[in-house]
Ligand binder design. Structure first.
Ligand code: KIV
Length: 272
């Protein structure tokens, strides 16, 4: 049970800002379905992100670009049905908010109305600030996402560390300040040097949640399937695996197959 679970009955966007002020780290994980969301909420997670990484780990796409708003809504509905305590943030998928703030607002409203999620997340800084501002006018909390933004992977070309050069680091700091100023309640910072992430977390008063951004930020996020060791082909340095489920599940499946083939399942006690 986490320290936060004892202190906070229900996590809201206000709680998170309070947690940063109290120097309490924020723990966030992705989830995409009812069963996993129920377990992770009961474990005491602060935030579930219904990430567009569902495009990779649930649907098997190479990038996050193909997932649709309807598909994100389906995943978020399943997660929201399961949770009692944590905050649920839902990614707005590629093509539902860039370059058109009206469309961005419509997309965010669909998420809030149809899923019961508590907030949305959008990737980008200044270039999408109009969309963020418009969503905020409807009272919808927005989490930003800077650094490596996977929806722009074809612009970057690779998944390597972002903002190593001064110019990009300066833009990132300016974007973080802007997102705070226009009213984002938090920012995910992905794959940037730890020193830069630390600097950003000190400059802004809203929580910075890091993924591959070092320890000196206000919280951490991981993709659930990666930290459970289900995605064995993905081996970045930052990833800590808390289980080795790929191997454990393979063994369980093989034992089941063996039992069926050998007529060991079901046994006398497992039938009527
Ligand atoms: O979609 C996702 O899982 C994310 C995390 C990597 C932060 O955006």
């Amino acid at each position: 049970m986490s320290i936060a679970k004892k202190q906070y009955k229900r996590i809201t966007v206000k709680t998170l800002v309070e947690m940063k002020a109290n120097n309490e780290k924020i723990a966030m994980l992705t989830a995409y379905d009812y069963t996993m969301a129920k377990i992770v909420d009961h474990a005491g997670i602060d935030i579930i992100l219904v990430g567009d990484s569902a495009s990779n780990v649930m649907a098997g796409h190479e990038t996050t670009l193909p997932i649709t708003l309807d598909q994100m809504i389906y995943h978020a509905q399943s997660v929201v049905r399961a949770i009692e305590r944590c905050l649920v943030v839902v990614d707005l998928p590629f093509g539902t908010y860039q370059g058109n703030s009206r469309k961005a607002l419509e997309s965010a409203i669909r998420i809030m109305k149809e899923t019961g999620g508590h907030a949305v997340k959008l990737e980008g800084g200044k270039e999408i600030s109009e969309s963020i501002s418009r969503i905020l006018t409807a009272g919808i909390p927005v989490m930003g996402h800077l650094g490596l933004t996977p929806q722009s992977i074809y612009k970057f070309g690779t998944y390597t560390v972002r903002a190593k050069e001064e110019e990009e680091a300066k833009k990132l700091i300016a974007d973080a300040k802007l997102l705070e100023k226009i009213g984002c309640f938090s920012i995910v910072l992905e794959k940037v040097p730890a020193k830069l992430a630390e600097k950003v977390a000190k400059i802004v008063s809203i929580p910075i949640i890091g993924i591959d951004a070092g320890a000196e930020v206000d919280g951490q996020v991981l993709v659930m399937h990666d930290m459970l060791g289900m995605t064995y082909e993905f081996n970045p340095r930052f990833l800590r695996r808390y289980l080795n489920l790929y191997d454990e599940m393979t063994e369980a499946f093989q034992n089941y197959i063996k039992d069926v083939k050998n007529k060991n399942f079901p046994n006398d006690k497992e039938q009527y």
